[in-house]
Ligand binder design. Structure first.
Ligand code: NAP
Length: 272
């Protein structure tokens, strides 16, 4: 039997964060962050004290996104998530400028095609696999192996972006779902390999209102949202809150998990 004054209880209550700035002094990289979910995540981590490094392919939109952050707290590095030279550029720059990396959010993901799997061009499938799965793996490999980042020493945290399409077969985006199922399993496998130094978790959203998902709800948002117990679609802020939790010390005992952030739609029998 224990009472409120037991050592365990006092330790727990003293671990309540003193402020909402859980990433003070930390450096985070967020891939695919010039808009949508990635930008939402970068804003949240930055608001909680992190210096953020944002990537995306198009330099103009990326520079515009970075311009909104307080001076000296955000950096833009343009490139393709599946390009090894770009990843080296990002990590060398972070090592040189900040000498550390604390949080990696492997958010960049693509789905360039729509239609039945049985008719799918295999080259399109290869590209989706390359960016969504091998790209995610490679960002983690490069972060772990770069001595100038001290990712292990900093008790690095990785958050990947999966999808409910990786849990429930979704019409028209079948191979994308397959790639996200692989991201979820990759996440769990990396967590097992990299613990106890590094925690690795995923967030699996249902439809979040971004450019990426427009085709899934535009012109019929109310109808789509009616299948969700939450009776609304997701926002980048919803996903940013989940990512920030997993990347923070509040989730210090949480690793190898896929957090479904879906307004309840999968449990209610729906999907992406
Ligand atoms: N929105 C949803 O409903 C939803 C649901 C589940 C999961 N997700 C996942 O969430 C992640 C973000 O999606 P989103 O909805 O925020 O998409 P989005 O609004 O289209 O934004 C995608 C971002 O990634 C960048 N990007 C795209 N391809 C890239 C590449 N090959 N290399 C580097 N950057 C790239 C884009 O900029 P550039 O075009 O300039 O590169 C942009 O900044 C993806 O992994 C997606 O699969 C989204």
């Amino acid at each position: 039997m224990s009472d409120d004054t037991s050592p365990t209880q006092s330790k727990a209550s003293s671990s309540v964060p003193k402020s909402g700035r859980r990433f003070e002094g930390q450096v985070a990289v967020i891939t695919g962050a010039s808009r949508g979910i990635g930008l939402g995540i970068a804003r949240r981590l930055n608001a909680e004290g992190a210096t953020v490094v944002l990537t995306a392919r198009k330099p103009e939109a990326l520079s515009e996104a970075v311009a909104e952050f307080p001076d000296g707290t955000a950096l833009a590095i343009a490139g393709k998530a599946d390009d090894p030279a770009h990843r080296a550029d990002v990590f060398d720059t972070i090592a040189e400028k900040f000498g550390r990396l604390d949080v990696l959010v492997a958010n960049a993901g693509i789905n360039p095609v729509y239609g039945p799997l049985v008719d799918m061009e295999l080259d399109a499938a290869r590209k989706i696999f390359e960016v969504n799965v091998l790209g995610t793996l490679a960002w983690v490999q490069d972060a772990v192996h770069h001595d100038g980042l001290k990712f292990r020493e900093n008790k690095g945290r990785v958050v990947t972006l999966s999808s409910v399409a990786g849990q429930v077969p979704s019409e028209g985006i079948g191979f994308y779902g397959i790639s996200k199922a692989a991201v979820s399993h990759l996440t769990k496998t990396l967590a097992v390999e990299l613990g106890p130094d590094i925690r690795v978790n995923a967030v699996a959203p249902a439809v979040v209102k971004t450019k990426f998902a427009t085709a899934l709800y535009e012109g019929r948002e109310e109808q789509v949202a009616s299948a969700y117990p939450a009776k609304r679609l997701g926002t980048p802020e919803d996903i940013a809150g989940a990512v920030a939790y997993l990347a923070s010390d509040d989730a210090d005992w949480i690793t190898a998990q896929v957090l479904t952030a879906d307004g309840g739609v999968v449990t209610a029998g729906g999907g992406a």
